[in-house]
Design a protein around this ligand. Sequence first.
Ligand code: ACO
Length: 466
Amino acid sequence: MSRSLDALFRPRSIAVIGASRHPGKIGYTILKNIIDYGYRGRVYPVNPKATEILGLKAYPSVLDIPGPVDMAVVAVPAPIVQKVAEEAGKKGVKVLVVITSGFAETGNVEAEKRLVETARRYGMRILGPNIFGVAYTPIRLNATFGPGNLREGNIAFITQSGALGIALMGWTVMEELGLSAVVSMGNMADIDVVEVSEYLADDPHTRVITIYLEGLKPGTGRRFIEAMRRVTAKKPVIVIKAGRSRRGAAAAASHTGSLAGSDNVYSAAFKQTGILRAYTVEEMFDWARAFASQPLPRGENTIIITNGGGVGVLATDAAEEHGVKLLTPSKELRDKLSQTMPWFGSPRNPVDLTGQAVEENYEKALTVAFESGEVDNIILLYCRTAILDPVSLAETIVEVAGRYEDSGKPLLVSMIGGEDVYRAMNLLNRHSIPAYPSPERAVAALSAMLRYRSYREKIAGRAATS
Ligand code: ACO
């Protein structure tokens, strides 16, 4: 694993330069998040006007801190950043996380250049400027001014948008999505999306990397392609590329000072590198949820199990649209499936357990699907009925899936209904079984997994013949 960004993801000590005494200010929130989320290294507030903040001794300058400092989070106004960066360099700080806005994104290109030059002089790295911070849940690091209570998991989220990133941090908690890392990229004056992705490709706590991308720095396209090929050979990468439209591209340029570039160029680059392109935030996290919890498909044969004919048909349409191959069950498999359902059900694919289905029918059908050598992937659908409580069904699914944890078969669930269905889906997601509120979304997530699988097969084939 590359050690170059260890100070960013595994700092042993952190200084917060501009730690404020006033609740509600950014420098206060960052310090509070670091403390409250349970970071175990040393934390040093730096503020010339304070002696103590949030129960920690404060220092007038980073140079007054007695021990070594790996990371310094900078939350002072732009005109002071250069001075505190110089001091951090002298102190031997390894990485500066510059929250402050007012650099290249506002035309203040010279100040950003000077900041980078200073950092280089001291061998210091910079994340930002113009960011909301960085979080890495395996070491309980939340050096952001986003929500304090991140859910631990194995999805890394890299974002070039600050406000959207913060909003999505909160949203992931509500959606039972577990994160390994959140990295706000901002202006990418030094550390960029590529370097962070390469680091996370080797991170044992990250299974899938999601990126909200507005644009790359000019002249970095070739490096992006070469590096992302290495990353996707190890882990799936899902990207939302914003600024697709002409007006959107102009908005991106004034947002982070980066070039959005032609959308076709990006599409081609994603294709070449095996990056999965999502078009909505919902899609990106839907797919990430599946990658984060399920094994990669070992084959294409997919079975749909449902208690509702209608949703079965919708899922079948979606499968065809997304190129998901539905298995045609053999006579032997049909006979086994017939025994899991009322006589008026259908053992064909979609397997219709009928509206009369209860936990036992699902339990048996799911077991047959896991046991069958014909089935590679399982999509399980449920429509709320008065005779089958969704939470109780979710518990049954968790139990059966637990028995077949080593089957190598992805299981994706969709449940449709009211409030208790929402609770049931949360239960499934908490138990690492991806659950979606519509059959189409479950199918689309499986389709993304299948596309990544065929990319990996393609590159493995290329490697074998070269
Ligand atoms: N060293 C350390 N601390 C200092 C120094 C110094 N040399 N000089 C002043 N301070 C202290 C101040 O006294 C203050 O502490 P206090 O509140 O206890 O008095 C603290 O540092 C902060 O300084 P302020 O002047 O109060 O600055 P303020 O908090 O208003 O703003 C900030 C600083 C947040 C960095 C602001 O300049 C900024 O850039 N805001 C935008 C941040 C942002 O949005 N980032 C981007 C992306 S995310 C997104 O889009 C949502």
